[in-house]
Design a protein around this ligand. Structure first.
Ligand code: AMP
Length: 604
């Protein structure tokens, strides 16, 4: 393994990549975002004037914002589901778009328990490339990395053919499989370490092992360590902690362990890279792993020329930032862009900002955006509600450039792939403006998570409560590896259940009981929604229950989702599980892995 290169050397390599043209294009687009939005809407509506959906709402070929908003109502996924179902079943008429939709994207389904079907087309590939290009140009200006490689923990998902013959898979896989993906990666970004056979391998565990192996084989060239979601990077290095000796043995022997990797196509592609025994590299990896304390800084130790770690680290991924920082040592963590299977929203053009304060600057030409103003539930701990939750049509959305700094909104998109005034279900806060386009701070998913009676607890409230209670664990060198929650209403009064998996096995009589009891009490107090506080005081909600899980419980949840066909690259731990849909199975898994239960003390 060669020595670490100087910053100057890396800077000179980086100068070979010229992102300035991309940045200039972005500057031009954001200077008059209102005009770009008008033009974007005009193009979407003109291109799709003959679509049944738009004709049905009487738009009659008009392309201006006022007519559009007057004729076409806000829509949820449930509203357009029947149209998408017809397309998936083979209706090739102009249902949502003039040109037929060519494939279907499946949302991850890990946030709401149900996978949504969404239209995907070439326009989404184009906007994906634009957003990759843009955020890369800004990242590369801050951390130049040209000519290096990217260790990317990415995984293609299974795909199937719908009744009507369309390919259905995740949006990321649709992008990975597009003709533009690999050339764009090569042109704008460092090359991926792993061959395609690894990305599209049939088994997640085998692909993960090979990603690690390919990364180590190219260790000196790795400049970026990344994944779509931060969770995948954490999972990769947790795996490395367990399998590093096997990786070293494979490098030493120049052969791939058949016990670890069995898939023939993956074996063939990776064996070609392994080629010959490499005892020098094996010794070096062994020495570096053995020299680490609790795996702190493993990423820069193994990849000495890596410049940063990249992935989505906001929203439900924020929980993994702490662990990621541990693995990354002093390397910068750069939050990746904000989007959904429905389409992209914004790029992180300030890559040096820590992930906790990352914002996403909206690209005004990738979709037409509206924002539904939300007001905070009074005195709540961050729960956001529309002025009237049941009367959404009355909440008047505002345009992209009409939002107010400091206010909260739900994002509404009109895309080139046939979604019109579609509510994304995400809450964002306006952090400021970049030229005339807003910078969004992701707050949480809009959907209410925990509710027993009048209480309203959001994903964000839960995260704050878990963070606050988890601080008590530090003295015991314990951490919350992952968490979830459940509203238990089978007995009256109902109560909140919080599931915790810790980084060590629960040990009775080793002081754990005491600290976990305090955590349980703190969780109860940390839910500050007035509905919760009032109900607890009135005993209309029973004491909170903390269920401590066996180690590996969330790995079982991940495997459960994978068995249902959910994509690992888009996996987000479900923060609230119920009895219905996919999460019924998840609740069973969590309950089957409980090793200890605590109830919170009396509430004052
Ligand atoms: P899916 O389409 O199932 O992959 O999930 C899309 C959802 O993931 C979005 O609606 C957001 O709630 C969440 N998401 C995507 N990107 C980000 C991001 N950068 N920060 C926080 N949440 C994100």
């Amino acid at each position: 393994m060669p020595e670490k290169k100087t910053h100057q050397q890396l800077g000179e390599e980086g100068a070979a990549f010229c992102g300035e043209a991309v940045i200039a294009e972005f500057e031009a687009l954001t200077r008059d975002a209102a005009a770009v939005q008008r033009d974007t809407l005009r193009r979407i509506l003109a291109d799709n004037a003959c679509a049944e959906y738009l004709r049905g709402w009487g738009l009659d070929g008009r392309t201006d914002a006022a007519s559009f908003r007057a004729c076409v109502p806000l829509a949820t996924h449930a509203d357009i589901e029947p149209y998408i179902a017809r397309i998936a079943d083979g209706d090739t008429s102009a249902v949502l778009t003039a040109k037929p939709i060519t494939s279907i994207s499946l949302s991850s389904g890990t946030t709401q328990g149900k996978r949504k079907y969404l239209p995907f087309n070439q326009e989404l590939v184009k906007s994906t490339m634009q957003i990759y290009r843009t955020s890369y140009a800004f990242r590369n200006r801050a951390f130049p990395v040209a000519d290096g490689k990217a260790l990317q923990f990415i995984y293609g998902s299974r795909q199937f053919t719908t009744k009507g013959g369309l390919t259905a898979t995740t949006a990321t896989t649709n992008v990975y499989r597009s003709e533009e993906f690999m050339p764009t990666m090569r042109a704008i970004q460092s090359q991926v370490c792993s061959p395609e056979a690894v990305i599209f391998g049939p088994d997640f565990a085998q692909s993960l092992y090979c990603h690690l192996l390919c990364g180590l084989l190219h260790a000196d060239d790795v400049r970026i360590v990344s994944a779509t979601f931060a969770h995948s990077v954490v999972l990769a290095f947790q795996t490395l902690e367990r399998v590093w000796e096997d990786l070293v043995a494979d490098i030493r022997a120049g052969t791939l362990s058949p016990a670890r990797v069995a898939a023939p196509a993956v074996r063939k592609a990776v064996s070609a890279l392994l080629a010959a025994p490499n005892p020098a590299l094996a010794d070096e990896v062994e020495r570096r792993c053995a020299g680490l304390s609790n795996w702190y800084g493993v990423i820069p130790a193994l990849f000495p020329n890596a410049r940063y770690v990249h992935g989505i680290m906001t929203g439900s991924m924020e929980h993994y930032v702490k662990k990621l920082r541990h693995y990354a040592g002093g390397l910068p963590l750069v939050a990746a862009e904000y989007g959904a299977s429905e389409g992209w929203v914004g790029a992180n053009v300030e890559p040096e900002t820590p992930p906790e304060s990352a914002t996403f600057t909206v690209l005004p030409n990738i979709a037409y955006f509206e924002f539904i103003p939300l007001k905070a539930a009074s005195g709540g701990g961050g729960g956001w509600a529309a002025p009237a939750d049941t009367c959404f049509a009355e909440a008047e959305p505002v345009g992209l450039t009409d939002v107010t700094v400091g206010e909260h909104y739900e994002v509404v998109v009109t895309t080139f792939a046939g979604l019109y005034r579609y509510r994304l279900g995400d809450v964002v806060k306006i952090a400021g403006f970049y030229n005339s386009t807003p910078k969004l701070k992701f707050v949480c998913r809009r959907n209410l998570m925990l509710s027993i009676n009048i209480d309203k607890t959001s994903e964000h409230d839960l995260q704050l409560a878990v963070d606050s209670a988890a601080k008590l664990l530090a003295a015991e060198k314990l951490e919350v590896v992952d968490y979830s929650s459940h509203a238990e209403v089978t007995r009256d009064p109902g109560h909140y259940v919080v599931f915790w998996e810790l980084n060590a096995d629960y040990a009775a009589g080793h002081g754990h009981d005491e600290v976990l009891q305090s955590c349980c009490d703190e969780l109860d107090r940390a839910f500050t929604d007035p509905g919760y506080v009032g109900s607890r005081r009135a005993a209309a909600i029973a004491p909170l229950e903390l269920r401590v899980l066996q180690r590996g419980a969330f790995q079982k949840v991940l495997r459960h989702y994978l068995s249902l066909g959910a994509p690992v690259s888009q996996f987000k731990s479900p923060r609230c599980v119920g009895r219905s849909n996919n999460s019924g199975g998840v609740l069973q898994i969590l309950n089957a892995n409980v090793v200890k239960v605590f109830f919170s003390a009396a509430y004052d």
